[in-house]
Design a binder for this molecule. Structure first.
Ligand code: DGL
Length: 258
């Protein structure tokens, strides 16, 4: 048994959709989860800002017995991972999201099929999904849809408000009009919304969480005791409420600053 931890990070509660899968298949590991709610949403920030937020979290992990980090955030994986990897590679093993799951996202699709990507503005602008998918199969067409606003629906629990439904519908219409065979939940907050998506557009939704968790499991072999520490950088009580769908957190979520 060791007091080593796996560090998991996101801008808010979204990454819990990843942590829940990690915990499901590796309940014996220890985890530290950081939701950087003070700087949320990452999706409308610049790559330099996102890099700087994440760097602070990685430095915190380094001081707290973390050797493996799961970037449970598409946006960070898209715009900051390459730089972070170079800077931290001798000290931390980092699992990025998009780069780890691109091949699973298109499994079973054929040449000329269309896949729709729902993601934050920063992820869409980075074209990271297109690059990673087209490296594997250049004939898959990726339609990227900027879903700015979805993260706030999740963080503020505005699921049933008319405005939220209207916004979601307008984005899913783009996937529908392009005859998408599959839709990627390209932001870790979106699995919170998938039941609403399914009522509006009946298509296959790909949640990267399962594939990412399996990849991580292959590489990690320390034995812990299943401890999870939750931190957020502002309003920990709100974090706890919004987290409910993936984690019914019994203990306090602790406030942290870097
Ligand atoms: N959940 C994150 C992602 O996967 C970031 C969302 C945001 O803060 O904009 O992209």
């Amino acid at each position: 048994m060791t007091n080593e931890y796996i560090g998991v990070l996101d801008s808010g509660v979204g990454g819990l959709s990843i942590l829940s899968e990690l915990y499901k298949i590796m309940p014996d590991k220890n985890y530290i989860y950081v939701g950087d709610t003070k700087n949320l949403p990452y999706g409308t920030k610049t790559p330099a800002e996102i890099y700087s937020f994440t760097k602070d979290i990685l430095n915190y992990f380094l001081k707290n017995n973390v050797k493996n980090v799961v970037i449970a955030c598409n946006t960070t994986s898209a715009v900051a991972y390459d730089k972070l990897k170079k800077e931290f590679e001798n000290r931390l093993r980092i699992f990025p999201l998009i780069q780890s799951i691109a091949s699973s996202a298109i499994e079973g699709l054929k040449d000329n099929d269309t896949i729709a990507l729902l993601a934050t503005r920063a992820t869409v602008n980075s074209k990271k999904y297109e690059q990673e998918i087209n490296k594997i199969n250049p004939k898959i067409k990726v339609i990227s849809i900027d879903c700015t606003g979805f993260v706030e629906i999740v963080e503020n629990r505005l699921y049933s408000c008319d405005k939220s439904i209207e916004l979601i519908k307008s984005k899913l219409d783009i996937a529908k009009n392009n005859n998408a065979k599959r839709v990627i939940l390209g932001c870790t907050h979106y699995p919170y919304l998938v039941d609403i998506f399914k009522k509006i557009l009946n298509v296959e939704y790909f949640n990267p969480a399962t594939s990412l968790a399996k990849k991580v499991k292959k590489e990690i072999n320390f034995i812990g005791n299943g401890e999870i520490k939750f931190y957020s950088t502002i309003n920990p009580d709100e974090f706890k409420k919004s987290a409910k769908m993936f984690f019914d957190i019994k203990d306090d979520v602790e406030l942290i600053s870097f």
